[in-house]
Design a protein around this ligand. Structure first.
Ligand SMILES: Nc1ncnc2c1ncn2[C@@H]1O[C@H](COP(=O)(O)OP(=O)(O)OP(=O)(O)O)[C@@H](O)[C@H]1O
Length: 196
């Protein structure tokens, strides 16, 4: 597949308390689209083994907000989220997923926190902003949302509290491909949480 169809980004998160307490050394350097991994220094050796360099579409260095190269949630969204929406508005299917070991920052990057929103809330905000700005009388929009969890090989519908304990089956449609049978798909008109 052509590389302009798939973009791969890598992000470095700040050290957590435990890593700081252990005096952990940062062995990752980033320079534009290159991620350079140094071998950890060894006290009894003067020379380090040579570093390894890897190329990605984006390298986000979020170790320390005081550094000029610090990649904020906004910077990550501008680099990844805006293109996804643009492609979706042109009628293409789009997908974004986070991959990494536990505690590496997947949820932080995708969801973030109330005062430091990640990609998903920013995508939703921008999606409805773009719809509101569309002026063509020939266009109408319908937004639907599903939300599921796959845990221990079991699929749960997170928008149907009654189905909480019951797991859903993954089936294959001969034209549309794999789908989750019975997953709720709700029509939404805004990103605001309803007060009722
Ligand atoms: N870029 C970041 N800036 C600040 N804090 C971060 C960043 N990335 C991760 N963290 C913090 O690191 C911790 C672990 O991150 P997170 O929960 O997102 O990891 P995860 O990959 O989703 O883990 P798991 O797979 O266990 O769910 C959290 O306390 C989170 O707030």
């Amino acid at each position: 597949m052509a590389s302009d169809k798939i973009k791969v980004a890598v992000r470095v998160r700040p050290f957590n308390r435990r890593e700081k307490d252990l005096g952990t050394e940062c062995v990752v350097e980033m320079s534009q689209c290159q991620t350079i991994l140094q071998h950890p220094s060894e006290p009894d050796k003067i020379e380090r083994k040579s570093p390894k360099s890897f190329a990605f579409d984006h390298c986000f260095y979020s170790l320390d907000p005081s550094l000029p190269e610090f990649a904020s949630q906004e910077k990550v969204f501008d680099a990844l989220g805006r293109d996804i929406l643009e492609n979706a508005f042109q009628g293409y299917n789009a997908c974004i997923f986070a991959y990494g070991q536990t505690g590496s920052g997947k949820s932080y990057t995708m969801m973030g926190s109330q005062d430091n929103k990640g990609i998903i809330p920013r995508l939703c905000d921008t999606l409805f902003d773009l719809i509101a700005k569309q002026q063509s009388p020939e266009l109408s929009y319908k937004v639907e949302v599903s939300y599921m969890e796959i845990y221990n090989e079991k699929v749960h519908d997170l928008l149907d509290p009654k189905a909480n304990k019951q797991s859903l089956k993954v089936r294959e449609h001969n034209v549309l491909g794999p789908y989750v049978d019975g997953l709720s798909q709700l029509a939404v008109t805004s990103f605001q949480v309803s007060s009722s």
